[in-house]
Design a protein around this ligand. Structure first.
Ligand code: NAD
Length: 402
């Protein structure tokens, strides 16, 4: 139904019918103007000037942003482009954060607590430095505000557990921002794996190799323990593997700083054991001149020139899948290395995973969908990522079971 139109059967013949038609036309007219009034009242006070005003009859979800840095601005961009989300406020103590809020004509707060209490958003995106994620998320839950917490959910598994427990106690939704889960390529890949099209999973191979420019390391923390590609970048691969292949139960790893010589790895290789018996490898380097990395070939982010290569390879007893091209390999007849392999291609609609993640957040807030990446998912992904770091340091096999 649109714009106050009423879909009724009308008898246009005869005096009674004509009178009825006129009454209905009048009713339609009244409804039409009522709709205009209703829309005017429904227009959220802080709907941004650049936000589309179509679909004003849809309910809007008011989302606040805590931490307007690099990824925070990506979220802001996606919120302000949407037709059903409203940027309720920005909390960021910096002048840049304040200036951004002013430019967008939204309320600004130096303190996220003041913001939560004053604005009472339905949801908040926590896009601040890692160490602040848990206290800020707890502040949200205490006020009944759903939280979309950027990855990694926390610095330690113990802190992440505090959030898992608080979420269970409060019942207030938490999402962790592992955005690759929202890429249609990964959704399709997961469907293929879960439908058994690959048979029993055997292996997963991931390449995550790229070159960070020298200026990236001007920030001292990036040259120290914890600032390297295991904790910054590998966590995306671990979450994607968990999403596609299931739980990781143990990890072995090696790390090297042979190129840059910093007090942190520039290259690492990890071997993973999955609960279903499959094994995985990840080769990771931020000092390699190479195209094989999800961020280059999946086209999620314009900041990285696109490369026509594959980065993820999943094999099972009856088929294998490469990503992001979603090529499915298998045998039609005899299953033997002497037989011809067939290659089928699935093409999915491209969609921006950050937009899809925010739409899912709104659906979770409304109770229409269950979190695709829960606080517990964030914890388990963090645990397996930290296990790679620990295994590389100790040389031991590190268990990831809770
Ligand atoms: N999912 C992704 O693709 C992705 C990409 C980049 C970063 N991240 C994650 O997002 C988080 C932020 O990373 P970033 O690169 O945007 O960092 P950043 O340094 O660019 O931004 C952090 C922002 O938080 C603000 N901030 C700091 N303390 C605050 C406080 N107490 N209250 C409110 N704001 C505060 C800072 O002023 C800054 O604007 C990190 O956890 C990072 O791992 C995720």
């Amino acid at each position: 139904m649109c714009g106050g139109c009423v879909n009724v059967a009308v008898n246009r013949n005869g005096r009674d019918g004509t009178q009825k038609w006129n009454r209905i036309q009048l009713l339609n007219l009244i409804l039409f103007f009522n709709t205009l009034d209703t829309n005017a009242h429904r227009r959220p006070a802080n709907l941004l000037p650049n936000q589309p005003t179509a679909n004003l009859r849809m309910s809007h979800t008011r989302i606040a942003l805590i931490g307007a840095g690099a990824i925070g601005r990506t979220h802001i961009d996606r919120i302000t482009r949407s037709t059903n989300l409203v940027l309720a406020a920005i909390a960021d103590p910096t002048e840049a954060g304040q200036a951004l809020a002013a430019s967008l004509n939204v309320p600004w707060f130096a303190s996220h607590v003041d913001m939560l209490d004053a604005v009472k958003p339905q949801g908040a995106v926590v896009a601040t430095p890692n160490a602040t994620h848990i206290p800020m998320a707890l502040d949200c839950l205490a006020r009944g505000v759903a939280a979309l917490v950027e990855k990694p959910v926390a610095d330690t598994v113990a802190e992440a557990q505090v959030l898992v427990d608080a979420q269970a106690r409060s019942g207030v939704p938490v999402l962790v921002g592992h955005h690759r889960r929202y890429n249609p390529i990964n959704r399709r890949a997961r469907d293929i794996v879960q439908a058994g099209q690959l048979g029993q999973l055997v292996s997963a191979n991931v390449m995550a190799q790229f070159l960070k420019p020298d200026a990236y390391f001007d920030a001292a923390w990036r040259r120290e323990k914890g600032g390297g590609p295991i904790l910054i970048n590998l966590i995306h691969e671990i979450d994607m593997l968990r999403f596609l292949c299931g739980e990781i139960t143990s990890v072995q790893a090696l790390a090297s700083n042979a190129v840059r010589g910093f007090n942190v790895e520039d290259t690492a290789a990890a071997v993973l054991r999955f609960a279903n018996g499959a094994l995985g490898t990840v080769v990771l380097s931020d000092t390699a001149t190479a195209p094989w990395c999800w961020d280059f070939c999946a086209g999620e982010q314009d900041q990285y020139p696109r490369q026509a290569v594959q980065s993820h390879f999943i094999a099972g007893t009856h088929g294998s899948l490469s990503l992001p091209d979603l090529a499915l390999w298998g045998y039609r007849g005899e299953r033997s290395w002497h037989a011809e392999l067939t290659r089928e291609q699935t093409t999915v609609h491209k969609a921006d995973p950050y937009t899809a993640q925010l739409q899912h957040f709104a659906a979770v807030i409304d109770g229409r969908e269950a979190p695709l990446c829960s606080a517990l998912d964030g914890l388990r992904t963090l645990q397996a990522t930290l296990a790679v770091s620990e295994a590389a340091a100790s040389g031991a096999t590190v268990s990831c079971t809770l």
